[in-house]
Design a protein around this ligand. Sequence first.
Ligand SMILES: [Ca+2]
Length: 100
Amino acid sequence: MQKLPMLVVVTFLASLAPGVATRFTGPEMIEDNGSPIDVGYYGAPVMFDWNQDGAKDLVCGQFTSGMIRFYPNLGPDTAPVFNGFSYLEADGAQITLPSG
Ligand SMILES: [Ca+2]
């Protein structure tokens, strides 16, 4: 089965101020250390400051084995930088969800 790279982010170019039109640009590949991130299908990525360092990180499911990847953001929210991931754990065990 051929996997598709995770194609996600639509760049948000607008102020959230009332009355200001929101503009979107085309999709961009999210990269980890210079290579597109590939989690298979149904990744459901979320940007959230998981490690509470002030920068939004990437948390994303992975089709194979149903594990959840955590990519800490090493850059600013406006230009995130990812360099590796770990799997989320609870009580010392990797979190897994039912997967196909
Ligand atoms: Ca963070």
